[in-house]
Write a protein that binds this ligand. Structure first.
Ligand SMILES: Nc1ncnc2c1ncn2[C@@H]1O[C@H](COP(=O)(O)OP(=O)(O)OP(=O)(O)O)[C@@H](O)[C@H]1O
Ligand SMILES: [Mg+2]
Length: 305
């Protein structure tokens, strides 16, 4: 892991008697896209609120860019941007006017910065349209534009793709890639595992306030077996032929195919093995071990996630 931009140590938070965060330890490196996952009510938004200084933790420490949030709040929060849940704007004002209101709160910012962030988020052509006419995806991007005003080094995005249509999801995804290229570190919560897999470098999974997995996505998804899907008209015969084969771990019949889990690298032996038995193969497709598979495996170990 490279230089650390956010370091959370032994963080705890209780609401009444309810322990919402328990001994949370997290490190986010400069320049990476970090995915923070977990089921509803696991504590994701609470963690973001604590890191933004909106609620006080009971214990633990938070360092942002080397500054302690509790003892040096101003310096720690100076280069932080965030979009927590659905961003709110004045619908009767234009995108530009909405951002101008925020810019005026920061004396050091120049007006030109508004144009820059609208350009970055692909909204420059709509700068002078009322926000009331914007789609949810455009409001989400305007939220990100607002978070970018203050030249943040790290941006927290809480469920940035929630409620967006496929086009909106694609736009936010490419914006995340674009911000990453600009050297901005991103901390994202999301339930959309397929999206997380496409944009994140590292992830952590939280359940009932406790981190149950954390690491580099490539390492977490590295597996010692591979899975292939076989399409054949001889489903039962193929299933029976695979029973007891040493390199096959598991075989399941799907509606119109077979799902075979086998030793890594042994697909090349599987195909000639089946052909020699005169089984008619239509397609053999290698299935990538996905974040969803990882999540399901973890869920079966940990009880429902
Ligand atoms: N201000 C509060 N007072 C009391 N309980 C709270 C408060 N904020 C959150 N909680 C509780 O803390 C737990 C974690 O909530 P949080 O919003 O952090 O979950 P989340 O992981 O963001 O869930 P989701 O995926 O639904 O957004 C929930 O049980 C919630 O009811
Ligand atoms: Mg939440």
């Amino acid at each position: 892991m490279g230089e650390c931009l956010l370091e959370i140590s032994q963080l705890g938070k209780t609401f009444g008697k309810h322990k919402v965060l328990h001994n949370v330890n997290l490190k986010v490196a400069k320049g990476e896209v970090f995915g923070f996952l977990g089921p509803n009510g696991a504590g994701k938004t609470t963690l973001i609120r604590v890191v933004l200084g909106l609620i006080r933790p009971d214990c633990g420490s938070i360092l942002i860019n080397g500054f302690n949030l509790q003892t040096n709040f101003r310096r720690a929060i100076e280069h932080v941007g965030a979009v927590v849940e659905t961003p709110k704007f004045y619908p009767q004002l234009t995108a530009y006017q909405n951002l101008l209101l925020v810019k005026n709160l920061h004396r050091s910012l120049h007006k030109n910065r508004i144009g820059e962030v609208l350009e970055l988020t692909g909204l420059i052509a709509r700068a002078h349209d009322k926000v009331g006419t914007f789609s949810l995806g455009m409001k989400q991007r305007l939220g990100i534009a607002r978070a970018l005003l203050n030249y943040p080094k790290i941006i927290f995005l809480d469920e940035p793709m929630n409620g967006l249509d496929p086009q909106g999801i694609i736009e936010v995804r490419s914006l995340i890639h674009h911000l990453r290229q600009q050297g901005i570190t991103l901390f994202i919560t999301s339930h959309l595992l397929h999206e997380v897999e496409q944009v994140c470098d590292r992830i952590a999974i939280i359940k009932n306030g406790t981190i149950i997995a954390q690491g580099n996505l490539t390492d977490l998804l590295r597996s010692d077996c591979e899975v292939v899907e076989i399409y054949t008209k001889d489903i039962l015969e193929t299933y029976n032929a695979l029973a007891g084969v040493a390199f096959v771990h598991k075989c399941t019949i799907n509606q119109s195919s077979l799902l075979v889990e086998l030793d890594k690298g042994s697909t090349e032996h599987l195909i000639p093995f089946l052909v020699r038995r005169n089984l008619h193969l239509q397609y053999v497709i290698l299935r990538k071990y996905s974040l969803e598979d990882f999540f399901m495996q973890l869920a079966s170990k940990e009880g429902n996630l």
